[in-house]
Design a protein around this ligand. Structure first.
Ligand code: TEU
Ligand code: CA
Length: 612
């Protein structure tokens, strides 16, 4: 394992002279989707013991933190993002004892464990929601309950309180005959939104969070935490409700209006996050908080991650993974690199002096980056483009997140029929867009799901080339919950672990570089050659400080499948010539990089980091 000890890093690396950032400014986080990571009891689903069995692999990769997607009790309607008991483990994944064992074994290896906190909503099978159906119960006001529109028959189309649509299809309102009212669910109808206006809700959430931290958990990734504060009028009415002073947005092509502008970054966002910080994290040390922040701008990221505001350590912003489509993810567009560079520059400059950035291209909701923006059509280009995108991401200023399998160059699933998919988002979208609203053809929708569907990143982790990729119990292989990608014969950890030229080995070098070179973790970021359509180029600069040798890095990456000219700003920086020792890392290796730079060109997917 990379002998990286957070406590020995020079102080200036933490502070970079501008913002006192603790250990996570030099750390790398690895996201595990437990359901698809490693099955040890032969039921075809990944489990906690499976994660524990793979800790040496993760420690050797060199990551510092493991973020687990939810493993709490859940009906699994949205693969665990619909929680029915926050303080117990779903039998699918194991027991609380298994969780305690995982925590202990991870901490022995210097690995921190961050849990996925899903508190914008619960499952409709949570005891809180069951109780909430009784208007006289203390939990009656724990969710967003509203009567049918006046003059409309409850439970009939058009009787919903407003016209909001759910991210997972249909109305964002579901009628409960037991209560005689509708409840709000921005996601599936089995995921009712909690009412954060109610202090009892917030108290219950904070108590649960403290319970986990006291148990040894090292922090939380907070699911859609920027949707918890909803805009209402003075009387508490939501936009578009009968009598509301706030007008709803017009209905879109699928027959519903968009709730996001009224639910993202709402009026009490900062207040709730600051209260959570005080009630849960103040007085604790060594933790990490990262908020999933759809609808948050780069400017607001600075405010929320400014330590002086006591809210969150970092956020996941989404503009860079939402822009490459025609307004809806199911109509993908080819990469416009200058546009991506401009978005990333906005992220980086917003937190150049205060605040912090997370860095990701992949997670359990996104397609595989090598298929989306690289080239997975052949082994050579797949390996090179996976390395190039890994280098570009990890050389930015911020905390990188590696999604399980990304370090292997795992690709999209390339499913061809609807019955291979499992994700309710894709299946509901197909029904709504193709069969109900008829706004997209079956062929176009199937292509959209194949390109951008969330199942692309949820196929089982590819450990080896055996049946089911070594994901299920070797002595009793069963059909996993979702098909293994057939290319696991060529793409798997066993085949890459000892190969110095593998994507795995390259990611290991990238992670080691972040741990060893303060310019990588703390250096100022500056985009150059911004308009170049194929090359992503930027510099990193860290002033020398007591105990820290500063330095300057040039990062250039040809993110295309053909040889291109080195753009002018980058050429000027290497005009004096470059020697092999100056090459910190390169997708074709140092000697190839020296020749390419001397020739003022970059080969397909050639990415290089030069110490200037
Ligand atoms: O994702 C919220 C979210 O923004 C995603 O639904 C994303 O917008 C969409 O999938 C992109 O097409 C979080 C979790 O990461 C996701 O897995 C859950 O389904 C969702 O919240 C509800 O908990
Ligand atoms: Ca299992």
């Amino acid at each position: 394992m990379t002998s990286f000890n957070r406590e020995t890093l020079p102080d200036a690396v933490r502070t970079n002279g501008a913002t006192p950032n603790p250990w996570w400014s030099n750390a790398v986080v690895y996201q595990i989707y437990p359901r698809s990571f490693q099955d040890t009891n032969g039921d075809g689903f990944g489990d906690l013991k499976g994660i524990t069995s793979r800790l040496d692999y993760l420690a050797d990769l060199g990551v510092d933190v493991l973020w687990l997607s939810p493993v709490y009790k859940s009906p699994q309607d949205d693969n665990g993002y619909d929680i029915s008991d926050y303080q117990d483990i779903d039998p699918l994944f194991g027991t609380l004892d298994d969780m305690d064992e995982l925590l202990a074994e991870a901490h022995k290896r210097g690995l921190k464990i961050v849990m996925d906190l899903v508190v914008n909503h619960t499952s409709d099978e949570h005891a809180w929601f069951e109780a909430s159906k009784d208007k006289n119960d203390p939990h009656a006001d724990w969710y967003w309950w509203r009567p049918a529109r006046p003059g409309r028959e409850p439970g009939t189309p058009g009787a919903e309180p407003n016209q909001w649509g759910s991210y997972f299809g249909g109305s964002a309102w579901e009628y409960s005959p037991e209560r005689g009212e509708y409840y709000l669910h921005q996601f599936s109808k089995k995921q009712p939104d909690l009412n954060w206006e109610n202090p009892a809700v917030r108290r219950a959430v904070y108590d649960m969070m403290n319970w986990w931290l006291d148990r040894g958990v090292d922090g939380f990734r907070m699911d859609v935490i920027t949707l918890i504060s909803k805009r209402t009028d003075a009387a508490g009415r939501l936009p578009g409700e009968a009598g509301s002073e706030i007008e709803d947005l017009p209905v879109g092509e699928e027959g519903y209006s968009n709730p996001n502008p009224f639910c993202a970054d709402g009026p009490r966002q900062d207040e709730f996050l600051a209260e959570m910080r005080r009630e849960v994290f103040d007085g604790r040390d060594g933790f990490l908080t990262v908020g999933e922040a759809p609808g948050i701008t780069a400017a607001r990221n600075e405010h929320i991650t400014d330590p002086a505001n006591g809210e969150l350590d970092m956020l996941f912003l989404f503009e860079h993974v939402d822009f490459d489509c025609e307004g809806v993810k199911w109509k993908p567009l080819p990469l416009d690199l200058p546009r991506l560079k401009s978005i990333m520059a906005g992220y980086q400059t917003a937190v150049a002096n205060v605040g912090w950035a997370s860095l990701f291209t992949g997670n359990h909701d996104q397609p595989r980056v090598v298929s989306r923006w690289g080239d997975d059509s052949n082994e050579t280009d797949r390996v090179l483009s996976a390395k190039a995108w890994g280098l570009v991401l990890h050389m930015h200023r911020g905390t990188p997140y590696v999604y399980q399998g990304e370090e292997l160059g795992m690709t999209n699933a390339h499913f061809t029929s609807l019955d291979q998919y499992r994700d309710l988002e894709s299946l509901n979208a197909y029904r709504q867009r193709v069969e109900e609203a008829k706004v997209q053809s079956p062929e176009s929708m199937m292509a959209g799901i194949a390109a951008r569907g969330r199942d692309n990143s949820r196929t089982p982790m590819q450990w080896d080339g055996s049946a089911y990729a070594g994901f299920t119990a070797p002595d009793a292989p069963v059909e996993p919950w979702i098909a293994v990608n057939p290319n696991h014969a060529e793409i798997n950890a066993a085949g890459e672990f000892d190969d110095p030229d593998s994507v795995y080995s390259f990611y290991k070098q990238l992670i080691a570089l972040r741990h060893s070179d303060p310019v990588v973790s703390a250096g100022d970021w500056e985009l150059i050659d911004a308009a170049d359509p194929h090359v992503y180029a930027f510099t990193r600069t860290l002033a020398a400080a007591p105990g820290v040798t500063g330095g300057r890095l040039l990062v250039v990456a040809n993110l295309s499948g053909r040889t291109v000219d080195l753009p002018s700003d980058a050429s000027a920086l290497v005009a004096a010539g470059v020697t092999e020792p100056q090459i910190a890392i390169a997708t074709y290796g140092a000697s190839h990089a020296v020749v390419s730079l001397a020739n003022r060109e970059l080969d397909p997917w050639e990415a290089v980091v030069v110490r200037l």
